[in-house]
Design a protein around this ligand. Structure first.
Ligand code: TYM
Length: 344
């Protein structure tokens, strides 16, 4: 489905929306397989909005210049991964100021205890992380991101499921309090298997920008030799059978999922092809498949980063499309909750 060139031209296709935080120098293979490949697939069918969650990233103290650079890199990685700015709006969350405004409305609909019960908040506090109030209200801003665009679906990895549940609760609460039809209640779009890519060194934990060690993670910009090395040293088990069994063989299962999503072969086909062969063969093939997918990605990244003005133009045009929708939603929200029109 083609994006309309006029920013406020209505589209008949249902909307989808998703975002990623610019909290590291590059996205990793979990972000790519768990979310980005689906973003790319879904932009054909849906009116898609994809953004860099730079406001969310402020919950982690970061040098301002580094945050700006990571924001650009994250947006460029969406494009290098195949998001087409002609079909999808690609933008920065902070460029559409309505997100923060709707986030405030969501804060006022959330009980303090409800916010404190969110797993990601509890985990970060337990790890002794910086528990600023932004971290506590993070899910309410995320709900605002989604509800702003009347998104029917939200393509994300498994770790975002609880945030989507609270988003649905908040939309239902808003509608119950202020009248039906106020906000669209979204559905998660979480693809089984790839929705949780595990750390290569600790297959019981998810691959994560902040939690994984350098050997546990494949950064999308990593040198191919380093990628192959990390995959070769992935933790497996003492058995020798290549079989998908998340409970007993989490490391091998993780490698099979990575191979399957990138090569398009089913898990069953892979199990058959590796019958009687060892983990060394599996790792070599997985490394080849990953390097083959990331080589054109990395080349495209170099081109995109060489032309920052073009990237900024894409982000400006994406923000314009996003703002047109956000403005309409906020007019509706302001009217429903009882804020006086500004009389512009
Ligand atoms: P973030 O930046 O942590 O992750 C971006 C996307 O990558 C997925 N993901 C994974 N998928 C599979 N395996 C993994 N190991 C893995 N690690 C990360 C995440 O599920 C996500 O889809 N809160 C969000 C950003 C956000 C957002 C939104 C998302 C802000 N507002 C509105 C959707 C809609 C986050 O921190 O994602």
């Amino acid at each position: 489905m083609a994006r309309m060139s006029a920013p406020d031209a209505p589209s008949a296709a249902p909307r989808i929306l998703s975002g990623m935080q610019p909290t590291s120098d590059s996205l990793h293979l979990g972000n790519y397989l768990g979310a980005l490949v689906n973003w790319v697939r879904l932009q054909d069918e849906f009116d898609a909005f994809y953004f860099v969650a730079d406001l969310h990233a402020l919950t982690v103290p970061t040098d301002p210049a580094v945050l700006r650079q990571r924001t650009r890199v994250t947006a460029a990685q969406f494009l290098a991964g195949g998001v087409d700015p002609k079909r999808s709006a690609v933008f920065c969350q902070s460029h559409v100021t309505e997100h923060a405004e709707l986030g405030w409305v969501m804060n006022c609909l959330t009980a303090e205890g409800e916010a404190r019960r969110m797993t990601q908040f509890k985990d970060k506090v337990a790890k002794g992380g910086n528990a600023n109030v932004g971290l506590l209200t993070y899910p309410m801003l995320m709900a605002a991101d989604i509800l702003m665009y009347d998104a029917a679906y939200v393509p994300v990895g498994e770790d975002q499921r609880q945030h989507l549940e609270i988003t649905r609760d908040l939309a239902e609460r808003f509608n119950a309090r202020f009248g039906d039809g106020g906000l669209v209640v979204p559905e998660p779009y979480i693809v089984k298997g790839a929705a949780k890519i595990q750390d290569l060194q600790d297959p019981a934990a998810k691959m994560s920008k902040t939690g994984s060690s350098p050997k546990g993670l494949i950064d999308l910009m990593q040198d191919p030799a380093k990628i192959a090395k990390n995959i070769r040293s992935a933790v497996t088990d003492t058995d020798a059978e290549v079989r998908y069994d998340v409970e007993h063989k989490p490391g091998v299962s993780n490698l099979l999922v990575i191979h399957s999503v990138l090569s398009g072969s089913s898990i069953e086909e892979l199990e058959a092809s590796f019958a009687g062969r060892g983990y060394g063969d599996l790792k070599k093939e997985v490394a080849d498949v990953v390097v083959e997918a990331l080589t054109p990605f990395q080349a495209r990244m170099r081109e995109l980063l060489d032309d920052p003005a073009e990237l900024d133009r894409i982000l400006a045009s994406g923000a314009e499309s996003a703002r047109a929708v956000a403005r309409t939603t906020m007019e509706r929200v302001r009217e429903r909750v009882g804020l006086l029109p500004a009389g512009r």
